[in-house]
Design a protein around this ligand. Structure first.
Ligand SMILES: CC(C)(COP(=O)(O)OP(=O)(O)OC[C@H]1O[C@@H](n2cnc3c(N)ncnc32)[C@H](O)[C@@H]1OP(=O)(O)O)[C@@H](O)C(=O)NCCC(=O)NCCS
Length: 174
């Protein structure tokens, strides 16, 4: 039986991540242009995130099958830049565990919230995050940094009407 767990990424985990990103993107076929689905986070950026403690992996018998990558765009919020679980290992709670790891890290590191952008109309996007306590940030309320994320997505071919920016407040008082 496969043993699953989530953990902070080790340096040797980084090389597995682009293939996970590409496989998970296939779940979004038809929702995003092929050019976006074939994008991967650069190894340099992943190495930097791993060194900085902003990269987590889901492991199946110690082999990475999912990851969460956080960037820091603003001092008050941790931004969940990418969350992917390989479809062969989906719906086992790994995506949820990765999000919870990120929220716990954000609280410990005194960020007030975790932010992200996702698809409004994909079942395992907006509703998935809503169940985990994320709420929509209306476009008029977006910080300049989050506004730039949406503008960049639009430039890359994503329809802003189908995207939503979400935030979960985290308890940093512990
Ligand atoms: C979103 C994603 C990370 C979730 O990972 P996961 O390990 O499957 O997540 P979990 O098992 O914790 O929870 C999955 C929940 O999402 C929903 N979900 C996931 N896949 C689904 C599907 N194909 N159809 C309908 N609902 C789905 C379900 O509610 C599911 O809970 P359930 O299995 O109890 O019904 C993964 O589906 C993925 O990588 N998707 C492609 C990339 C993506 O959408 N990334 C996030 C964009 S911001």
């Amino acid at each position: 039986m496969t043993t699953y767990r989530t953990a902070s990424a080790r340096s040797e985990d980084v090389a597995f991540i682009p293939a996970i990103e590409l496989a998970a993107a296939q779940l979004l076929a038809g929702h995003a242009p092929e050019s976006v689905l074939s994008e991967t986070t650069s190894i340099d950026e992943l190495n930097h995130a791993q060194h900085s403690g902003r990269l987590w992996v889901a492991l199946a018998d110690d082999v990475p099958v999912g990851f969460a990558h956080v960037t820091v765009l603003e001092s008050t919020a941790a931004h969940l830049d990418e969350l992917d679980v390989h479809p062969d290992h989906g719906r086992r709670g790994l995506g949820t565990k990765l999000v919870l790891e990120v929220c716990a890290w954000a609280a410990t590191n005194r960020y007030g919230s975790v932010t992200l952008t996702t698809f409004r109309d994909v079942k395992w996007n907006m509703p998935f995050y809503a169940r985990l306590g994320f709420r929509e940030i209306e476009s008029a309320q977006l910080s300049p940094e989050l506004g730039s994320v949406v503008e960049d997505e639009t430039r890359r071919g994503l329809d802003p009407a189908r995207r939503v920016v979400m935030r979960r407040l985290v308890d940093s008082s512990r």
